[in-house]
Design a protein around this ligand. Structure first.
Ligand SMILES: [Fe+2]
Ligand SMILES: [Fe+2]
Length: 171
């Protein structure tokens, strides 16, 4: 008789409390809207401006939907603090910051999508998650298109030196 093997446990994402997660999402969306206002002004051509305007419209929809879900759960919308967002020092730095923020938001929304059961909460996180992934791809495209990677790799005030090979000590 063969022994039955136990199934491995499913490694689920850690689930932060829904209220705090929604508040963090709302603050993040409000900051993104403000930040993309700066990037739209700095974009070098109309195509890039239009894409970022579209992205900012998505963030406004996410903000609205997260507030709608929050209101259903808590009975009122979240009175979030005024976002303090600095204008990036140049367009490339702004694109890199935007790319990183979109990636972070994607991970955060994914975790919350999988660990919440309420269909309204899941829907809001899924919708935003899919958009943030697309936004990250656009920013990655613009980083390449504007030659940002090379500029930053060669270092604005930074030098890259080869690390000395670590010595291998033998007995
Ligand atoms: Fe968003
Ligand atoms: Fe986004």
């Amino acid at each position: 008789m063969s022994r039955r093997r136990r199934c491995p446990s499913y490694e689920d994402a850690m689930c932060p409390r829904t209220r705090e997660a929604l508040e963090e999402a709302i603050r993040g969306e409000a900051e993104a809207i403000r930040f993309y206002g700066h990037l739209i002004e700095m974009a070098p051509d109309q195509f890039q401006k239009d894409v970022i305007i579209g992205i900012r419209n998505d963030e406004a929809r996410h903000l609205n939907n997260f507030q709608a879900v929050y209101c259903r759960l808590m009975g009122c919308t979240y009175d979030y603090p005024e976002p303090h967002v600095r204008r990036p020092k140049n367009y490339c730095q702004g694109l890199i910051d935007a790319f990183n923020d979109e990636q972070e938001a994607y991970e955060f929304y994914k975790a919350n999508y999988f660990c919440n059961r309420d269909p309204w909460v899941k829907k809001a996180f899924l919708d935003a998650m899919l958009d943030e992934s697309e936004h990250a791809q656009w920013f990655n495209n613009f980083i390449v298109r504007n030659g940002c990677f090379r500029g930053f790799k060669l270092g604005v005030g930074e030098t890259f030196e080869e690390e000395p090979a670590s010595e291998v000590l033998l007995d």
